[in-house]
Design a protein around this ligand. Structure first.
Ligand code: VG1
Ligand code: CO
Length: 544
C-alpha cells in the first residue's frame, strides 16, 4: 500500500498540445499509459515542486473521475506536498486559475475538452497551468511534447482511490489531498469585483434572466451566485446539473447548441438577458432581448463600461484581443486612449500582458472574455459584468448596443467554420493562400482593395518568444478584414476557420443585417482561398 513505483512505458507520438492543452478522443485517453505518459512528461519538464501544492479539477466529463485518481497518485509519487482538488473532482477552468493564485500553488492540472462533446465516444483533454494561474506558455508545452516522445517510465503510488465526494483532508503517502468546495472561493472573488447589491436590486425589480449551464461545470456556480446570492428565481438556471455526457448535448455556447435560450431571447417578451457557458466554464454567450451580442462586441462593450463595476472603478490599464477577434475593442481603446495589444489565438498569449499589468481586460471572438482577476477566460465573470452594467445603466442590451455603435462605430462580424475537413486539403489551402500573399497586397476586389496580406506572427516583448504561422490576414483599405486559420482544438481531421469583418464608422450604416453587410466579403473569402476546391465544401458547418 502507498508505495511509489516506477512503471516502464513506451511513448505515443501524438501528444502535442494544441490551442488549449492536449485534446483527444476519450478512447485514446483510455489506452494504457496514455494519460500517465502526458502527466509524467509535464512533471519531467517542471522544476522545484518537491513539497509544493498542485490544484487539480475538471469539468466533470466522462473519464474525469478516473483521470483525477491517476493524477493524484502520480503527483504523490513525484513528490508534490499537497493537492487541492474540487469536491467530486469538479472545478471550472477559471476556478482552478483562482485557486492556484489564492493558494500560491506551484501550478494546476485542468481536465477538460472545453466545448467539445463528452461521453464514452466524446473528447477528453488535459492542460497544465503555471503559478500565475494561466495556461503554460509555448516554451513549456513544446518541452512537454518533446519529452512525451522519448518518455520511458512514469512514477505512481500503488494505492486505493481517494473518495472525493465530501470536503476534507486525506493523504496519499506523504502528500496531503485536500478536497475543497468547488464554488466558494470563486464566488467570494466575484463579490469583490461586482456590485452584488445593484444586481440583486435588478432581479428584485423583475429583470428576466436565463442562464444555460449546458449540463456542464457551471451549474453549481450559477446556482450559488445567481440564485442563492443574488436572488434570481431558481428557474433562471437551466441544465444546471453537471453530467459526464453533458446530458447528451454539446456544451458549446453558440447559436447552434444554445438554440433554446436564443429562441427564448428572440421573443418580444423574452428574458432581458440570456447567457450560457461551455463545458469548463470559461466561455460566455450573451443575448439580450431580441439582440444577439457577438463576443467581439461584448468585449468592446465591457471595455467601455467596466468602470461601472466596483472592481474596475479605477479604469483599465489596457486591453488585448486575439488576432481574429474583431476590431470593435480597438475602437474603444483608441477613443478612450488605452493601449491595445493583438495576440495569437489562445488564452496563454494574454498571460504575460496580464502579469505585467499592461492590460486589465482581454478577449477572443470565440466567446472568451476575462480580466486580470484570474489568468483564464471566465464565463460567469462576463455574465456578471453584463448584469452589473445593465443594473447601473438601467437600459436594455439593445439600447446599450445602439449607443455603443453610435459612439464607436460598428464592426460587423462572423466566423465561418468548415469542420472535420480533410487535413491535407486544409493544409494545402493554407499553403496555397500563403504563396499568393505577395500578389494579394494591393489587389482590387468587389469588396474593396486589399491593403495588406500577411501571415500573422507574434513577438512577445516579455519573454522574447516569437510565435509564427498564426493565421492569414487580409486587411482592406476600408477597414474590412478576412482571416483564415486552422483550429488547434479539434480531434478529427482539420477545421478551417474563416473570420469576416466589415467596419462602419459611427456616421455609417449601423443597422444592417450581418449577413447582408458581409455578403460580398463572404463570397470573396470562398473564392480567394478556393475553399470549394480544397475542402469539397460549399458552405460552412457552423456560423457564429
Ligand atoms: C478555439 C478558439 C480559441 C480558444 C480555444 C480554447 O481554438 O478559437 O479562441 O482560445 O478554442 O477555448 P481553435 O484553435 O479551435 O480555433 V476553450 O473554451 O477550449 O478552452
Ligand atoms: Co472552454
Amino acid at each position: 500500500m502507498s508505495a511509489p513505483c516506477t512503471i516502464a512505458t513506451a511513448p505515443y507520438d501524438d501528444q502535442k498540445p494544441g490551442t488549449s492543452g492536449l485534446r483527444k478522443r476519450v478512447t485514446r485517453f483510455q489506452e494504457p499509459n496514455y494519460l500517465e505518459n502526458f502527466v509524467q512528461s509535464v512533471f519531467d519538464c517542471l522544476e522545484g515542486y518537491a513539497g509544493a501544492t498542485l490544484v487539480v479539477g475538471g469539468d466533470g466529463r466522462f473519464h474525469n473521475d478516473i483521470a483525477i485518481q491517476t493524477i493524484l497518485k502520480m503527483a504523490a509519487a513525484n513528490g508534490f506536498g499537497r493537492v487541492l482538488v474540487g469536491e467530486g473532482g469538479l472545478l471550472s477552468t477559471p476556478a482552478v486559475s483562482h485557486l492556484i493564485r489564492k493558494n500560491e500553488a506551484f501550478g494546476g492540472i485542468i481536465l477538460s475538452a472545453s466545448h467539445n462533446p463528452g461521453g464514452p465516444d466524446g473528447d477528453f483533454g488535459i492542460k497544465y497551468n503555471g503559478a500565475n494561474g494561466g495556461p503554460a506558455p509555448e516554451s513549456v508545452t513544446d518541452a512537454v511534447y518533446a519529452r512525451s516522445r522519448i518518455i520511458n517510465a512514469y512514477k505512481i503510488v500503488d494505492t486505493d482511490d481517494v473518495d472525493l465526494s465530501g470536503l476534507g483532508k486525506t493523504k496519499i503517502g506523504n502528500m496531503v489531498v485536500e478536497i475543497v468546495d468547488s464554488v466558494a472561493d470563486y464566488a467570494q472573488l466575484m463579490t469583490q469585483l461586482f456590485d452584488f447589491e445593484a444586481i440583486s436590486a435588478l432581479f428584485k425589480g423583475g429583470f428576466g434572466f436565463r442562464f444555460d449551464a449546458m449540463h456542464a461545470v457551471t451549474g453549481p456556480y450559477a446556482k450559488e451566485i445567481f440564485v442563492r446570492q443574488l436572488g434570481a428565481p431558481a428557474r433562471s438556471v437551466i441544465n444546471g446539473e453537471p453530467s459526464p455526457t453533458f446530458g447528451g448535448g454539446h456544451p458549446d455556447p453558440n447559436l447552434v447548441h444554445a438554440k433554446l435560450i436564443y429562441d427564448e431571447a428572440m421573443m418580444p417578451d423574452g428574458p432581458h438577458l440570456c447567457a450560457a457557458s461551455d463545458g469548463d466554464g470559461d466561455r460566455n454567450l450573451i443575448i439580450g432581448r431580441q439582440c444577439f451580442v457577438t463576443p467581439s462586441d461584448s468585449l468592446a462593450v465591457i471595455a467601455a463600461n467596466a468602470h461601472l463595476a466596483p472592481g474596475y472603478a479605477d479604469g483599465l490599464a489596457g486591453v488585448a484581443r486575439s488576432m481574429p477577434t474583431s476590431g470593435a475593442v480597438d475602437q474603444v481603446a483608441h477613443a478612450e486612449g488605452m493601449p491595445m495589444f493583438e495576440t495569437p489565438t489562445g488564452w496563454k498569449f494574454f498571460g504575460n500582458l496580464l502579469d505585467s499589468g499592461d492590460i486589465t481586460i482581454c478577449g477572443e471572438e470565440s466567446a472568451g472574455t476575462g480580466s486580470s482577476h484570474v489568468r483564464e477566460k471566465d464565463g460567469l465573470w462576463a455574465v456578471l459584468m453584463w448584469l452589473n452594467i445593465l443594473a447601473v445603466r438601467k437600459q436594455s442590451v439593445a439600447e446599450i448596443m445602439d449607443s455603443h455603435w453610435a459612439k464607436y462605430g460598428r464592426n460587423y462580424y462572423a466566423r465561418h467554420d468548415f469542420e472535420e475537413v480533410d487535413a491535407k486539403g486544409a493544409g494545402d489551402l493554407m499553403n496555397s493562400l500563403e504563396a499568393q500573399l505577395p500578389k494579394l497586397s494591393g489587389h482590387e476586389t468587389p469588396a474593396g482593395t486589399i491593403q495588406s496580406a500577411d501571415m500573422f506572427a507574434y513577438y512577445d516583448q516579455f519573454d522574447g518568444s516569437v510565435t509564427e504561422g498564426q493565421g492569414i490576414r487580409l486587411l482592406f483599405a476600408n477597414g474590412s478584414r478576412i482571416v483564415y486559420r486552422l483550429s488547434g482544438t479539434g480531434t478529427v481531421g482539420a477545421t478551417l476557420r474563416v473570420y469576416i469583418e466589415r467596419y462602419e464608422a459611427k456616421d455609417g450604416a449601423l443597422d444592417l443585417k450581418t449577413e447582408e453587410a458581409l455578403a460580398p466579403l463572404i463570397v470573396l473569402s470562398r473564392e480567394l482561398a478556393g475553399i470549394d476546391r480544397f475542402t469539397g465544401r460549399s458552405a460552412p458547418d457552423v456560423i457564429t
